[in-house]
Design a protein around this ligand. Structure first.
Ligand code: HGY
Ligand code: MN
Ligand code: MN
Length: 367
């Protein structure tokens, strides 16, 4: 960042922040960014590619000043893997990182606040990380993480909406017992109940248009082959671009878990970790992104994002837009995740066109 002429710093929650000055000190600010973290056994492009494309745009400017400042942000945490709630970095920028977030614990009982302090930063100064009123827009470049662009043989997409998501856990508690001596009709088998419920999760998602629902993690105790499982904790991730459909499907699945538990004499607990509404991205910035992609010589696909992004947090506070890059094989959150170098080229050219158009608009407005 410093080599590209940005003044770089780490903010109180570990977001990497670089500021590229404008022609005037009081100029408005465009934020460009994405996240630095990822998921276990991931690929090499989810998140970080958006930061590097932003850096490439600054390098291209090569000291040329625009009518607006650019702040390049590498968000410290977006995936929600460690603390089971996502968007810690971007929520801090829009003052959404309150006590409830800082007190969340990881699997070892370490809170977000303690983890930040252990990293050598100042969670007590979290307010300093917030953007101010000079921030007028956000642009995020990101891999699509799905099959749409490749299926249409297009390199870039412009996102008009991001699906809402609910994340939580269903916990079944029964009684552990001896696998050899406990007759089937006397069991309170938490894992058998879990497997019955997981089948329904898939059935309901398959039968509801555009709904996706995933059980990605299951923790079973005590976890021995010759012991009936006394406890099963399953993650649930549900997404849809229509919040009413997502909320209704979540209720159906939670009610189903309770009725399965009742039939099997299990206890059932639902723990909500995240309720994130679907967001529409800014039409004016998205139109500018469409024109910029066309100026880069390719026709964009206008599309909804099934994946969550930091843009959905910023979008509730400042006009936000996203440009997607094709995901070969439609693969992501996997080591085979990749991009085509010519698509990265198209994205950088589109980003340069986007900055030039914005510069004309703001210069014209200020004329
Ligand atoms: O899970 C997601 O939606 C994204 O990869 N954070
Ligand atoms: Mn991801
Ligand atoms: Mn991502």
């Amino acid at each position: 960042m410093e080599d590209a002429g940005l003044s770089a710093s780490l903010d109180p929650v570990g977001n990497l922040r670089g500021l590229y000055p404008a022609r005037t000190r009081t100029a408005p600010r465009l934020i460009i960014g994405s996240h630095l973290d990822t998921v276990p056994d991931a690929g090499a492009f989810d998140g970080i590619l958006g930061v590097m494309i932003g850096l490439a745009l600054i390098e291209h400017l090569n000291g040329t000043r625009l009518s607006f400042q650019i702040e390049l942000v590498g968000f410290s945490e977006e995936e929600g893997v460690r603390f089971k709630t996502p968007f810690i970095g971007s929520r801090t920028l829009v003052r959404q990182a309150g006590r409830d977030l800082l007190s969340r614990e990881d699997a070892n009982g370490i809170t977000v606040e303690q983890a930040i302090a252990d990293f050598g930063l100042r969670p007590d100064r979290i307010g300093d990380a917030a953007i101010d009123s000079s921030a007028f827009g956000f642009l995020e470049f990101h891999i699509e993480q799905g099959p749409v662009l490749e299926s249409l043989d297009r390199s870039l997409g412009v996102v008009n909406a991001i699906a809402g998501q609910t994340r939580g856990e269903i916990i079944f508690s029964g009684s552990a017992n001896h696998a050899g001596t406990t007759p089937m009709h006397l069991r309170r088998d938490a894992l058998a109940g879990a497997s019955e419920w997981i089948g329904h999760v898939e059935d309901i998602a398959r039968s509801t248009r555009n709904l996706v629902a995933t059980v990605g993690r299951i923790e079973v105790a005590p976890g021995a082959g010759n012991v009936i499982a006394g406890r099963a904790c399953m993650s649930l991730d549900i997404r849809h671009s229509d919040d009413e459909i997502r909320i209704a499907a979540t209720k159906t699945l939670v009610d189903l878990a309770h009725s399965i538990a009742q039939q099997r004499r299990l206890c059932c607990e639902w723990r909500l970790d995240l309720e994130q509404a679907a967001v529409r991205l800014d039409p004016a910035l998205s139109d500018m992104a469409v024109e910029a992609v066309r100026a880069a010589g390719t026709d964009p696909v206008i599309m909804v994002s099934g994946a969550g992004h930091d843009a959905m947090i910023l979008a509730e506070h400042i006009p936000s837009s996203m440009i997607f890059l094709r995901s070969p094989g439609g693969v992501s959150h996997h080591p085979d995740e990749t991009v085509k170098i010519e698509d990265v080229h198209d994205a950088i050219v589109a980003g340069i066109c986007f900055l030039n158009s914005l510069d004309e608009v703001i210069t014209g407005t200020n004329a």
